[in-house]
Write a protein that binds this ligand. Sequence first.
Ligand code: ADP
Ligand code: MG
Ligand code: MG
Ligand code: MG
Length: 401
Amino acid sequence: MSNYYPLNSQQAMEYVGKLGIFPDHSSLVCREIGDGNLNLVFHIKEKSAATGVIIKQALPYARVVGESWPLTLDRARIESEALIVHHCMCPGMVPKVYHYDPGLALTVMEDLSTHIILRKGLMARTAYPLFAKQIGSFLARTLLLTSDIVLDPLEKKNRMIQFSNPEMCKITEDLVFTDPYYDAETNRFNPLLDEEVKKIWGNDKLKYQIAKLKEKFLTHSQALIHGDLHTGSIMVTGNDLKVIDPEFAFYGPMGFDVGALFANLLLSYASQVGHSLSVEERKRKDYQNYLLNTIEQVWLAFEQEFRALWKEQAKEPTAAAKGYVDDYIMRILQDASGFAGCKMLRRVIGLAHVEDLESIEDLESRAKGEKLALGIGQQLVIKGDRIQNIKDITSLAKKVS
Ligand code: ADP
Ligand code: MG
Ligand code: MG
Ligand code: MG
């Protein structure tokens, strides 16, 4: 920690210059491209080249809030180590790590500027035919292969220690499970939602379910989860997918990652009704159907690969118990429903919002999308325990609409 300083663009170029990644005397250019809430991201390349490398450096505070919110630099270690674990289980589905520097809390990694952030693609109503299979497989592999079902019990416990990430977990505990459910200072929401939000704060049935979901997040060390798997953490081309930004990774409930993804697809779904004035209805409806169908396809791909891997790779002696894998998968789905609901609610009420909705400038139009997100989110939380198959989730979204 003693030699830490935040790089500027010049220093970022000098840094990669010394690593010998580029030929000597290359003429480099650098741009800081971070759009996230927490870190610096430098894009460095030879002047005439299309791609180069990325340096991602953690700042000792949260960038969204400023220096008043200190934040552990250890998240850079967590991120680089999680990328390496993910690369072993899903080769080619995460950026390659070239170099990690604990003192400067930075990772030098593969440049994905040929890809775009999935959220941007969804905002442009692009269809990604391979997406469901790719992300379903990523989820099944990264979750099952880091769980007690497959890992040796001692290795699993060592992994839990390696990925102990208390400060980042605390952010999730506060911003996802606590603050949105009372009049916390960190909240910020569209003033047109005042009434809806007050109803949520007074909804005892909802808050009881939220308490149980938070408990599960705190205590269920099921697998190495990504921890922040929204559509801004996925980069895509027409046929490739890469998952970035696992700085929140820790041993938590599998349903949290699956739910994060569902929540963000459903936030995109909800945002469609806020665009009513600018886009023809047909296009919005078609895209909504595409998104619900994608959720179903993601789950089917996940379940198929999860069952196949379980059969091939389970080492836990109890794994063959009759009915166990079916029950295990059902619990992931129910957890995913509840966590998806929390994640939708917090993106409307809490500190960090999503561009899908935030880009709708007119507050009345945005409120339409946000109310739909609040409606779906609450139902997913309240009905989570009773979900029996993926269509229960997509039908519930349709019914609220
Ligand atoms: P944060 O943790 O601050 O959210 P991210 O890892 O999400 O940081 O990166 C922020 C942005 O930087 C991404 O939205 C993306 O536009 C860009 N970015 C991050 N990693 C890469 C990469 N390997 N290649 C190209 N662009 C990247
Ligand atoms: Mg990010
Ligand atoms: Mg981002
Ligand atoms: Mg991040």
